[in-house]
Ligand binder design. Structure first.
Ligand code: WTA
Length: 644
């Protein structure tokens, strides 16, 4: 579809305002951010906007002092937002709770006091392993109030994954729940947490939220119920927000890369908050009458930035849902949009494709006319899904805001901007870089790729929301992000810039998969596979999936005394579920005699992809760098595989 067939009215010169804003930010970044950062409340303003003296460890708003919880709460309770609803929360069983800014402020203060009494001090790390319930943002803000970085672990992760993260972060406290609920079934979070804690000696105390109502065991002296602890402090408790420095870490969030264990992405306070504040305003032009619904789980960066920090700083009312999207039936989301009057929904292409498959009727039976904008994130959106979203939800009137970004970038990077000017949209393109972002598409040699040709997206200058480092691993920070193209931030994403300057994303250029929008490294799945007694060697690749984007497929070589069988497949799947989590379970497990490797011992991943994707033998001759056609053929034979 061409852009001209879309009814977005071009201004006299489309993109003019946006271009002007962008140019101003690039010409004078320090002046620009000096102005923008004043939208937040600072206890002390900065001495220097950007310190570049120790590249690539950039520091923003140096000398500035602020507190994240103060910016999300205290600043509003002095205004007419005091009694405005911060969260409308709905559980899968239909239970609805609303929390005003003032109530949130009270709860956060009480929990901050509890944490303080448990010995939490500025700089201590607090791990959070919770479902999508109000206690999760409350705990994040309470930690932030004390200047204690939080480490949220997605509640779908296994005991082992949880233990790895707690241990790497050296967390002192864990806040968890008895269980979480999906389709009425209880997932025993406390039990998983208990298993993790056997391997995590740094955790001294555990607070347990009663949510699912399942029976749990409490460890004497270590575990206490959240409600008991909260009830023990006066309702009007006030804890002074810690005056944190702009570059003090606000949180660590673990994310997958191409090697080893997940990386602890460290976000600072001042730069990160300024960035998420402005990006949400720019992209969606949010205002006081909005009911904003970011459907992401808070366990991922999207939830950190756009369920918690940005909407709260902006004083918005957010909707939050804990439950399956099709419970009790496939119109659950649209029913909630109608009942709560949601004005903006921000979700993933996987969700859109799933609803597309359920059929239009589930949407059409609801009045979704309160919606005014539709957002997407997490993976490239295919034009079919974009158009379905645009037509069925948007009635061909609402803009689709496709936001490209990463855990590391803190907030949106490339996206349309309702809050500045809406450029004509093209289905499947995230459009242009936001103000402050100087991006480029490079070829293999690091030269700018010609328009229309695939290359790697890089960001050439620092921006306030960027990660500060990898937790306790500055070397890895430098290698992962600044060595592929010396001194330039490498995103690991393939992209194309079209002749109009629009950016199109084509997926990851590394061995990281986006399974239903969730980021997972193939290496993590491989190491989980080889930890099973039957498996000698394993290789995991991504296979395209109609709904989930990517799904992992595993090739495994069994140890001598094991025989391939469906029962073994099932057992291996269960093992992955228990060691990593459900998102990592391979869609297929193929037993092979040998993994195809080059002479230097590298797994021929492209050959494996070709086997799964059904390429022809002719195509494989040029598949692997440095391997001859004969080698590839031989490897394929030895593997016991077939092609084309
Ligand atoms: C992918 C999620 C295309 C991309 C916020 C990136 C996207 C990775 C988009 C980061 C988009 C995210 N279009 N691809 N709009 N948004 N991605 O860290 O591959 O979970 O590198 O952060 O998701 O995933 P992460």
């Amino acid at each position: 579809m061409s852009e001209t067939s879309l009814p977005f009215h071009m201004k006299f010169e489309p993109g003019k305002l946006r271009k002007e804003e962008w140019e101003r930010s690039i010409k004078d970044p320090e002046g620009y951010w000096d102005e923008k950062a004043r939208a937040l409340d600072w206890f002390k303003t900065w001495d220097k906007v950007l310190d570049e003296s120790n590249k690539p460890f950039y520091k923003w708003f140096v000398g500035g002092v602020l507190n994240a919880s103060y910016n999300c709460l205290d600043r509003h309770i002095k205004t007419d937002k005091k009694n405005k609803v911060a969260y409308i929360w709905e559980g899968e069983d239909g239970q609805v709770k609303t929390i005003t800014y003032y109530q949130l402020y009270r709860e956060v203060n009480k929990l901050a006091k509890v944490l303080q009494d448990l010995g939490v001090r500025r700089g201590d790390r607090i791990a959070l392993y919770l479902p999508m319930i109000p206690e999760l943002p409350i705990a994040m803000l309470a930690a932030a109030r004390l200047g204690a970085p939080h480490v949220v672990v997605f509640s779908g992760f296994s005991a082992e994954a949880l233990a790895d993260r707690i241990n790497n972060a050296g967390a002192k406290i864990l806040v968890t729940a008895d269980g979480s609920l999906r389709r009425g079934k209880v997932i025993e979070l406390k039990k998983i947490a208990d298993a993790a804690l056997e391997k995590s000696p740094s955790v001294e105390k555990v607070l347990v939220v009663k949510y699912a109502g399942n029976n749990i065991s409490m460890k004497e002296g270590r575990d206490l119920f959240y409600s008991d602890a909260i009830n023990g402090v006066p309702a009007n408790t006030y804890v002074k927000p810690e005056p944190t420095n702009s570059s003090d870490p606000l949180f660590l969030l673990y994310t997958s890369g191409t090697t080893g264990k997940p990386k602890g992405v460290e976000h600072g306070t001042g730069g990160y908050l300024v960035w998420v504040y402005w990006t949400l305003k720019w992209a969606f032009d949010v205002n006081d009458t909005d009911i904003w619904w970011c459907t992401a789980d808070i366990g991922w960066i999207t939830g950190h930035s756009y369920v918690v920090y940005a909407p709260l700083m902006l004083g918005l009312t957010s909707f939050m849902y804990d439950g399956a999207p099709d419970a009790p039936q496939p119109d659950r989301w649209w029913d909630m949009v109608e009942r709560h009057g949601v004005t903006i929904i921000y979700t993933s292409p996987t969700a859109i494709r799933m609803f597309m498959k359920f059929g239009d009727d589930w949407v059409l039976r609801h009045d979704v006319s309160t919606l005014r904008a539709l957002g997407t994130v997490g993976e490239p959106i295919n034009p079919e899904a974009w158009l379905w979203y645009y037509r069925t939800l948007g009635k061909e009137k609402l803009p689709i805001i496709d936001t490209w970004w990463q855990t590391e970038t803190g907030g949106f990077m490339i996206s349309p901007t309702l809050g500045i000017e809406l450029v004509p949209l093209k289905p499947g393109s995230a459009t242009f870089p936001l103000p402050g972002i100087l991006s480029e598409v490079l070829d293999d040699n690091g030269d700018p790729a010609p328009d229309g040709q695939r290359g790697y997206l890089v960001i050439k200058t620092p921006w306030p929301g960027m990660l500060q480092t990898l937790w306790q691993d500055p070397e890895r920070y430098k290698t992962v992000y600044f060595s592929r193209f010396e001194g330039t931030y490498y995103t690991s994403d393939y992209a194309i810039r079209d002749p109009d300057g629009y950016i199109w994303f084509l997926g990851r250029a590394d061995e990281v998969l986006k399974v239903a929008g969730h980021r997972i490294g193939t290496v993590e799945i491989e190491s989980a596979l080889v930890s099973h007694p039957s498996i000698a060697e394993a290789a995991v690749i991504g296979k395209a999936d109609e709904i989930k984007g990517d799904v992992p497929v595993a090739f495994v070589v069994l140890r001598g005394n094991y025989m391939p069988s469906d029962a073994l497949k099932a057992e291996v799947s269960k093992h992955i579920r228990n060691t990593v989590g459900p998102i990592a379970v391979p869609a297929d497990i193929m037993f092979v005699n040998k993994l195809p490797k080059t002479r230097s011992g590298k797994i021929m991943r492209r050959l494996l992809k070709a086997v799964v994707g059904g390429a022809s033998l002719g195509d494989i001759s040029t598949l692997e760098d440095g391997a001859s056609v004969e080698e590839v053929k031989k490897a394929l034979e030895e593997m016991g595989g077939r092609i084309g």
